[in-house]
Design a protein around this ligand. Structure first.
Ligand code: F6P
Length: 368
């Protein structure tokens, strides 16, 4: 397939519908049609966002979502766009969204299908008022075998991320891009605004295995666990520290924008476990943030871990459950996971003790 010429519809037909000999055809029947509905939602949202404050959609909706966060008018409006574009087509049994507390079962006046859609309609919405980059994230599962489509409830969604049949995000930046995987690599499409087509521009994205760029909200440093402190400190020590090279730090406050940068040129993104809100496992939601992004990252040759477990293996316990997220370039993510292991086994004392910080008089010899 050719970059610059292949539309999203053609890509999906060629990838999913014209492969009957793969034995996969029944498993993916209707998936391309569903992804075209999702793409239509993304085009509407892109048009809405482009209007900026002239669209009358800025500001608070004066409501609180299921996470206790104030909803913006655009959170509510973009959620509505996803629901309306995807509910009527006979492809879905139910949806889950960051902006809806319970499972949204497809209303009985529409036909129901086999798929489940989990989504965050507007990621990074604190960037809206500053005309910064935001995104939408989505994940597709099939209804468990034998489950009646009209009885789909919470349990149907509580499945590990490796079961996803498709995942993707839209990044609304200077251009709108849709980045997608149906399990055969990660591919990027750019919206040709005048015509309304998503055109394949970044086929088979590969994340470089090494990087000197990391992203973390450093204002939370005092709440991090020792292995994360160790990693970040070593990066900050740069050329004169044990890594012997300088690193760069980035923070856009939109997971979509961070993951997009990592897919384009490598890097590591961390929203790790911390002690800021002890009751929370992490900050990011598993079903519609961590899982779809981990799927895309792995399909592009990167890794995604909680620090202690592959994210795609995590068994969800609640629709809106959260996990620590560390993802991106393979060699750095492996290093951070190793630091977690060393910490858990008590093997990292020389590295994490304040006595032996790089500025300490008691600097041990790490070269041995
Ligand atoms: O809710 C998700 C999110 O907006 C992510 O997209 C982003 O990475 C993070 O929260 C930003 O968090 P913080 O407010 O700590 O910068």
């Amino acid at each position: 397939m050719q970059d610059g010429r292949t539309t999203l519809s053609k890509f999906l037909i060629d990838t999913l519908d014209r492969q009957p000999s793969s034995g996969n055809a029944a498993a993916t029947a209707g998936l391309s049609a569903l992804l075209i509905d999702v793409a239509a939602a993304i085009k509407s949202i892109s048009a809405m966002l482009t209007k900026g404050s002239l669209g009358g959609n800025y500001g608070s909706a004066q409501t609180i979502n299921t996470h206790g966060e104030e909803q913006k008018k655009l959170d509510v409006a973009t959620n509505e766009v996803f629901v309306q574009q995807c509910e009527w087509d006979g492809l879905l049994a139910a949806m889950v969204s960051e902006e809806m507390e319970d499972v949204y079962a497809i209303p009985s006046d529409y036909p129901r299908g086999d798929y489940l859609l989990a989504f965050d309609p507007l990621d990074g919405s604190s960037n809206i008022d500053i005309n910064g980059v935001v995104g939408s994230i989505f994940s597709v599962l099939r209804t468990p075998q034998g489950e009646a489509q009209d009885a789909v409830g919470e349990a149907a969604f509580l499945r590990p991320g490796y079961e996803q049949v498709a995942a993707g995000y839209a990044v609304y930046g200077p251009s709108t891009m849709l980045v997608l995987s149906v399990g055969n690599g990660t591919h990027g499409f750019t919206l040709e605004r005048d015509i309304g087509n998503f055109v394949l521009t970044h086929s088979n994205i590969r994340i470089p295995e090494d990087t000197v760029e990391f992203a973390i909200n450093a204002s939370n440093e005092r709440f991090w666990e020792p292995p994360v402190r160790r990693y970040v400190q070593e990066c900050k020590d740069g050329r004169t520290g044990c890594r012997e090279q300088d690193f760069n730090m980035r923070w856009i406050a939109s997971m979509v924008a961070e993951v997009h940068r990592i897919l384009m040129r490598g890097g590591v993104f961390m929203y790790p476990r911390d002690s800021k809100t002890p009751a929370m496992e992490g900050r990011l939601r598993l079903l519609y943030e961590a899982n779809p992004m981990s799927f895309l990252v792995e399909q592009a040759g990167g890794l995604a871990t909680t620090g202690r477990e592959r994210i795609l293996d995590v068994r969800p316990h609640a629709l809106h459950g959260r996990v620590p997220v560390i993802l991106g370039s393979k060699n750095e993510v492996e290093r951070i996971a190793r630091y977690h292991g060393e910490y858990d086994r008590g093997e990292d004392k020389p590295y994490t003790s304040p006595l032996f910080s790089p500025r300490s008089l008691f600097l041990p010899d790490f070269s041995a």
